[in-house]
Design a binder for this molecule. Structure first.
Ligand code: UDP
Ligand code: MG
Length: 320
């Protein structure tokens, strides 16, 4: 199998038949063995009936159905698990991504040896206020925190070498940052390709305004994970050490000056009237908490499955 096309969808019944026809029309001209994997992410609009009848007629069309709406990232995860092609292309089901892009994306991975080629909706047909401006901001922040130089991280249209998608763990709402996940796993041969984008033909967007806050939180998480995910104590330990030391010296100063005043028979007050007492106390408590967070982090990564921590690139034949 040379190519898998993975398509997550939620309530896209109107688009599916048109999309599948368009994909078939494009693929007819290519001599490629391919499969199309649809993941129905808990649709309630009859999408599943359409998918099951499509897959009855054509064996290269496969479909999975989630029991409930788990989200686009989970749908991609399931699609990646099922994919058998040497190259895997993802696209949205809503006809905003054009199947005409598939052959060129395929060749960039299969022949030019890229790990990941991300689509770039340079000319974008979405609402300016709700989508275009916020997404520019997100992409800028994602570039800054990850170092991955892409203009459009969240484009649904992307192509991967099979190995890449089998070794990254897309979950939560991390589909926005798959190139960052790939780069963190060591697949750094990443590039982008300008792709055609259409206005949504049927239905409406499945992501409301809460995607701003979720997208921001995921970016913070991914920036943390990529730097300290495998060594949390280095972050929390440093912060804890600095905080605790600061508090400790303040405590010495507060306690020391009181002892000095007592010994020298100078007038003195209770330490609790001195603001520095509270600053020092808080700093020491926070410092200890950071240390505990660091220890817990280290314990947790030691109990997770080990394949989450590294990827083996090669093996000598004697291993198998
Ligand atoms: N989608 C999904 N599960 C969800 C939300 C969306 O599988 O919970 C699919 C949706 O059907 C579409 C793709 O993800 O195929 C992109 O969603 P949408 O077009 O709503 O996002 P937008 O283009 O507005 O960013
Ligand atoms: Mg869309």
């Amino acid at each position: 199998m040379q190519l898998s096309i993975v398509i997550p969808l939620l309530n896209e019944a109107q688009s599916i038949p048109e999309l599948q026809e368009w994909i078939d029309k494009v693929m007819e001209k290519e001599e490629l063995s391919y499969e199309v994997i649809y993941i129905d992410d808990g649709s309630t609009d009859g999408s599943w009936d359409i998918l099951s009848s499509l897959s009855r007629k054509r064996t290269h069309i496969k479909a999975l159905r989630f029991l409930s709406n788990y989200g686009k990232s989970q749908a991609l995860h399931a699609g990646f698990r099922a994919a058998q092609g040497a190259v895997v292309i993802t696209m949205d089901a809503d006809l905003q991504d054009s199947p005409e892009e598939i052959p060129a994306l395929y060749r960039m991975v299969a022949q030019e040896n890229y790990d990941l080629v991300s689509g770039w909706k340079k000319v974008r047909y979405d609402s300016v206020i709700a989508k275009n401006i916020p997404s520019k901001l997100f992409n800028w922040a994602a570039r800054k925190t990850s170092g991955v130089q892409l203009n459009d991280f969240n484009c649904g249209l992307k192509a991967y070498r099979k190995e890449v998608i089998k070794n990254i763990d897309v979950h939560g709402e991390m589909h926005r940052y798959i190139p960052v996940l790939a780069a963190n796993a060591g697949y750094t041969n990443i590039t982008q390709k300008v792709v055609q984008h259409q206005a949504r033909k049927y239905g409406e967007t499945k992501f409301g305004y809460d995607r701003f806050i979720k997208g921001f939180l995921d970016l913070v998480t991914i920036a943390f994970i990529s730097r300290f995910g495998k060594r949390p104590m280095h972050l929390f330990g440093t912060m804890g050490f600095l905080m605790f030391t600061l508090g400790f010296f303040i405590a010495i100063y507060v306690g020391g000056s009181k002892l000095y005043k007592m010994a020298a028979n100078l007038p003195y007050n209770l330490v609790t009237t001195n603001p520095w007492f509270y600053i020092g106390l808080t700093a020491m408590i926070l410092g200890s908490l950071f240390f505990i967070a660091g220890f817990l982090g280290e314990l947790i990564i030691r109990t997770g499955p080990s394949q989450d921590r590294y990827t083996i690139a090669d093996k000598t034949p004697s291993n198998s």
